[in-house]
Write a protein that binds this ligand. Structure first.
Ligand SMILES: [Mn+2]
Length: 487
């Protein structure tokens, strides 16, 4: 770090320490109309309505919503978290936001300037001021550090503005419901078989996928430069998590417009909840949904093969042979013909995807010597399949795991810069989270896991970089099927 940078960081820390010591020093107000801060610190009791912040120098507007008001269902304002976003992009394109949890604060113009510019579209002219928003003990605390900056906050009290984020989500859910033919449910036997056959026809000639030397679909998807990728990890039967992602941000619209693509990192099946390893109903439903998405958006939706995507007796969790149970369940509920088509689907799946912004696969970069040719011809390299699909990060008890140099080499395979994000699923670092950054102390190495009950993480392109976003899980399946036009 440069000396001047260090110095400014130190003075910023000092500034913040002063700012947050002794809340009693700051003025408490009930915000009924616009309020100009003039370099002051104020605290506002939290009520169930959003606020608008106008930042200098041009009065750039940001919105601050209680997180419950950005959900589709819960408009009861019982979430202590706040979401800050740029209303100009939030409602119309794939964009970022900041979450301020209770006890946290967001310092705009402090560290993290690059992300703030990408998420909030703050112009570089306005970057020499510092503005903070704290969420503390039932109060929002605002501080403007420069007396002449002219920042302003105002309450958004009109019903339409208050409910804007909720209505926006509900509209997406209705759109989803329409895409799925009016109800999201397990398909009848015949329909399911014809869907899977349709998808397999698509897969035999899948978009953005070079053929291998035998003329079969190769192991790698190369996404076009203009396409914004958004990536989710192992869903393990969590239908709601998939619906949350599809109804958040500008993802669904971008799929429909053909400007973004969803990459799922495999392992959509097999419940990971203790005591429920044997349940296969959720797996059947989630595969129906994924196959319909692939049918509807063949050039926008991609599914990479995970180690659970098969019927092998090696697929097991806690002594439950999930691979064999899955085979049995499909034979029973859908018939042998369907099960065989599913086997074919698995056989047709790609193993890795990349674009100019990222590389992803289910589990791990190979530790052995590898070329792009070999990845495309992966069917001739069984060892590679096992590595991409099942390996994990190296540690004392797993010396065969991958490490930093394998990640480095993986980027070179695709001829990508040394800071390109490498994104995998398969190995959640803990069971209470969904997304991990700089995993194994390897910069720009991410793990995403889509099977958590409370949060679902997505890696997405914003501008020309990939960023992690995390959304709360809502019980959308029941909600969506009960939506009527009046809701
Ligand atoms: Mn896995």
């Amino acid at each position: 770090m440069a000396q001047s940078e260090l110095k400014s960081k130190k003075s910023l820390i000092k500034l913040l320490k002063n700012a947050f010591s002794g809340l009693s020093q700051c003025e408490e107000i009930e915000l009924e109309k616009s309020y100009r801060l003039h370099g002051k610190k104020i605290k506002i009791p939290i009520h169930c309505h959003p606020l608008q912040i106008n930042l200098p120098p041009e009065g750039k507007a940001l919105h601050l919503y209680p997180e419950s008001l950005t959900n589709a269902i819960d408009n009861s304002c019982d979430s202590p978290n706040f979401i800050v976003f740029d209303p100009e992009t939030y409602y119309s394109e794939i964009s970022g936001f900041f979450r301020i949890e209770e006890g946290e604060k967001l310092v705009i113009g402090g560290n993290d300037k690059e992300r703030q510019k990408a998420f909030l579209n703050i112009s570089s002219r306005g970057r020499d001021y510092v503005f903070s928003i704290g969420n503390e003990e039932g109060h929002l605390i605002f501080r403007d550090y420069s007396p002449r900056s002219g920042s302003c906050i105002s309450p958004m009290l009109k019903e339409k503005k208050m409910m804007r984020a909720v209505s926006w989500r509900r509209k997406k859910l209705k759109r989803l419901l329409k895409i799925f033919g009016g109800e999201i449910t397990t398909l009848p036997e015949k329909e399911a078989l014809s869907l899977l056959r349709d998808v397999n026809r698509l897969m035999a000639d899948e978009a953005f996928r070079e053929k291998d030397e035998d003329g079969n679909p190769g192991g790698v998807i190369k996404l076009p430069d203009k396409m914004t990728p958004f990536i989710i990890g192992d869903l393990h039967g969590k239908v709601d998590n998939l619906l949350v992602v599809l109804s958040q941000n500008g993802f669904l619209e971008a799929l429909e417009q053909g400007t973004a693509c969803l990459v799922m990192l495999g392992d959509a099946v097999h419940c990971e909840e203790e005591g429920r390893y044997h349940e296969m109903e959720g797996s059947i439903l989630i595969m129906d949904i994924i196959l319909r998405l692939k049918q509807q958006f063949p050039e926008q939706v991609f599914y990479l093969r995970g180690n659970h995507d098969g019927f092998s007796d090696e697929i097991a969790k806690g002594g439950v042979a999930q691979g064999l149970l899955w085979k049995k369940a499909l034979n029973k509920s859908r018939g042998k013909e369907y099960r065989k088509e599913m086997e074919r689907f698995y056989d047709l799946l790609p193993y890795a995807a990349y674009s100019k912004e990222m590389i992803c696969c289910h589990a791990a970069p190979p530790t052995s010597k590898v070329t792009l040719e070999m990845l495309i011809n992966i069917k001739h390299h069984i060892g590679l399949i096992r590595e991409l699909n099942q390996n994990r990060l190296q540690k004392a008890s797993r010396l065969g795991g991958y490490n930093k140099s394998d990640i480095k080499r993986f980027r070179k395979v695709f001829d990508l810069p040394s800071d390109t994000p490498v994104i995998v699923g398969h190995t959640p670092i803990s069971m209470d989270d969904t997304l991990w950054v700089d995993v194994g102390e390897i910069e720009n190495h991410y793990v995403v896991y889509g099977g958590n009950d409370d949060w679902v993480g997505v890696m997405t392109g914003i501008g020309d970089k990939m960023y992690p976003l995390i959304y709360p899980v809502e019980p959308l399946l029941d909600y969506i099927n009960n939506l009527s036009d009046s809701t």
